[in-house]
Design a protein around this ligand. Structure first.
Ligand code: PLP
Length: 460
C-alpha cells in the first residue's frame, strides 16, 4: 500500500460523537483498522506502530492464533459464573507458571496492571497477617515509580505531579531514589553505586521498623526520568538479601517487562533474582483484552492454600475469553521462537543507538531487549526539557505521525512537574514480529522525525 500522509494531526474538539466520552481528548487521525505492525486511519493512511501502544501489543495487531482463541472461547461461553469451574482460567495460571522463574507457581487473574498491583499489595498484607506479623503493612517503593492509577497504586507512585492532588486520600508510604546512572558519582563504579543505592532500602526499613514493613515493590528497570535504566545484577541481589533479612516481600512489577519484552520471559530473570510476587498485564495477551495477573511463590501461597481466605475479587477476574487470549499469547511466543526474535531485532535496534544519540535533543539511549528508551531534552548539557508552554511533546507526536510513525506518549508532557531537571522518555518498542527491514524503516523515520522536531522547536 502507498504511504501517503494527508491528515491534519492534533487534538480534536470534544464535540459530536466525541462529546459524551468523559475526559476523552481524541487525537486525529482516527484509527480504522490495524494489522501486524501497521495501523490504518479512516483516510487509508498507514502508520507503523513503533511502540506497540504502551508496550503491550507484543504480537502485533490481529495475530491469527490469538484471534482464533478468542473466537473459539466466545463460541463456548463468554462469562463464567464465579461459583463454577472455569477451565481457561486454570489453563492460563498453568501457562504462567510454566514461564515464571523459581517457585512462582500460583496466579490470581485480574483485568489489568493497576488491579494486579493493587491485588499484590493486598496479598502481601494478608500474607504477613497469616504469618503472624500483624504490624507489617507498609509497602516501600521508589520515587518516580509508576504502578497504576488506583488510589492504592498511586500510594506507590512517587511523582508529585500525578500524586499530589490526591495526597490526603492515599497512604504516605516510604520511598527512596531508584538506581540511576545519571546521579552516579563520577568516581564510583556502577556496581558500587548499585550497592549504595540498594542499601537505602535497608536504611528505610531500619528507620521505619522492620516490624512495620510488608513489602518492597519496583520495576526491574528504572522508571520516570530513569525509565529503561537497567541496574547491575548486584543491585537486585542486594535488594533480595535485604528483603529476606527483614521478612519483607519482594514484589517485581513486570507489567511492562513480563512476557518477553526484554528478551527473557520476565525482567528479573536477567539478574537471577526470584521475587516473592510478580505482577503482569499488557503483554500477557498482547493487549487484546483487559487482563492481568499476580503470581506468587509457594511460600506466599502456603497460608492461602492451607485455607486462609483471600478477601478480594472482581466481576471480570479470570474472564474466560481474556484467559484464553493469554494462553494463546504464551503459546505463540513459545512456538514462534519470539524470545529469540526479540534478542535479534533488539540487537539490531540498539546498533543504531549512536546514530540517535548524535541528535542534540537525545541525551541518552538505553534499555534492553526490544525496548529502547530515548531521553529527549531541550538542553543536553543540563538535561532540561522544554517548558510546558512550548508544547514539545505534542509537536513531536504530530511530526512523527506525518512521518508515518505512532509512538506511545504519556501526553502528560504539558502537565508534568519533574522534581529534578530531566528529559522526557520516548520509547521504541515494536511488536516482537517486527522484521529487520521494518527496524531500519522505524529508525530512518525516527531520525527524520527528530531532525524536523529540532528545527520546529528551535523556530519556536
Ligand atoms: C509498571 C507498571 N505497573 C502498572 C501499570 C498499570 O497498568 P494498567 O494501565 O493496565 O492499569 C503500568 C501501566 O503502564 C505500568 O507500566
Amino acid at each position: 500500500m502507498n504511504h501517503h500522509i494527508s491528515t491534519n494531526y492534533g487534538p480534536l474538539a470534544p464535540e459530536g460523537d466525541w462529546a459524551r466520552a468523559f475526559s476523552y481528548h481524541p487525537f486525529s487521525p482516527e484509527i480504522d483498522r490495524a494489522e501486524g505492525l501497521y495501523i490504518f486511519d479512516t483516510q487509508g493512511n498507514r502508520y507503523i506502530d513503533a511502540t506497540g501502544g504502551p508496550f503491550c501489543v507484543n504480537l502485533g495487531h490481529g495475530h491469527p492464533r490469538v484471534k482464533a482463541a478468542i473466537a473459539s472461547q466466545l463460541d463456548k461461553f463468554a462469562y463464567a459464573h464465579p461459583t463454577l469451574a472455569n477451565r481457561p482460567r486454570a489453563e492460563l495460571c498453568k501457562a504462567i507458571a510454566s514461564i515464571t522463574p523459581g517457585d512462582l507457581n500460583t496466579s490470581y487473574l485480574v483485568s489489568g496492571g493497576s488491579e494486579a498491583v493493587e491485588t499484590a499489595v493486598k496479598i502481601a498484607r494478608q500474607y504477613q497477617l497469616a504469618a503472624g506479623r500483624p504490624g507489617k503493612y507498609k509497602i516501600i517503593s521508589n520515587y518516580d515509580a509508576y504502578h497504576g492509577m488506583t488510589l492504592a497504586t498511586m500510594s506507590l507512585s512517587g511523582n508529585p505531579g500525578t500524586v499530589g492532588r490526591y495526597e490526603p486520600m492515599i497512604s504516605q508510604w516510604p520511598k527512596f531514589n531508584q538506581y540511576s546512572d545519571y546521579t552516579r558519582p563520577a568516581n564510583m563504579s556502577r556496581e558500587d553505586w548499585a550497592i549504595a543505592t540498594a542499601r537505602k532500602l535497608d536504611e528505610i526499613i531500619s528507620y521505619e521498623g522492620a516490624d512495620s514493613v510488608a513489602a518492597f515493590i519496583a520495576t526491574p528497570h528504572g522508571s520516570g526520568p530513569d525509565y529503561g535504566t537497567v541496574p547491575p545484577a548486584i543491585y537486585w541481589r542486594e535488594i533480595r538479601r535485604i528483603c529476606d533479612e527483614n521478612d519483607v516481600l519482594l514484589i517485581s512489577d513486570e507489567v511492562v517487562t513480563g512476557f518477553g519484552r526484554t528478551g527473557k520471559w520476565c525482567g528479573m530473570e536477567h539478574f537471577d533474582v526470584i521475587p516473592d510476587i510478580m505482577t503482569f498485564a499488557k503483554g500477557i495477551n498482547s493487549g487484546y483484552l483487559p487482563l492481568g495477573a499476580v503470581t506468587v511463590s509457594d511460600k506466599v501461597n502456603e497460608p492461602f492454600k492451607a485455607g486462609t481466605p483471600f478477601i478480594h475479587g472482581f466481576t471480570s477476574g479470570g474472564n474466560p475469553v481474556a484467559a484464553a487470549s493469554g494462553v494463546a499469547t504464551i503459546d505463540a511466543i513459545r512456538d514462534e521462537g519470539l524470545l529469540e526474535r526479540v534478542n535479534e531485532r533488539g540487537a539490531q535496534l540498539f546498533s543504531h543507538a549512536e546514530r540517535l544519540r548524535r541528535h542534540p535533543t537525545v541525551a541518552d539511549v538505553r534499555g534492553w531487549g526490544l525496548f529502547m528508551v530515548l531521553e529527549l531534552v531541550q538542553n543536553a548539557e543540563d538535561r532540561s526539557y522544554f517548558p510546558p508552554e512550548a508544547g514539545a511533546e505534542q509537536r513531536f507526536q504530530e511530526i512523527a505521525l506525518s512521518n508515518g510513525l505512532v509512538f506511545y506518549s504519556t501526553l502528560y508532557g504539558a502537565n508534568r512537574r519533574p522534581v529534578i531537571k530531566r528529559g522526557l522518555p520516548m520509547w521504541v518498542s515494536p511488536a516482537y514480529t517486527v522484521t529487520s527491514e521494518q527496524i531500519e524503516e522505524i529508525v530512518d523515520r525516527l531520525d527524520r522525525t527528530l531532525h524536523q522536531w529540532e528545527q520546529a522547536m528551535s523556530a519556536g
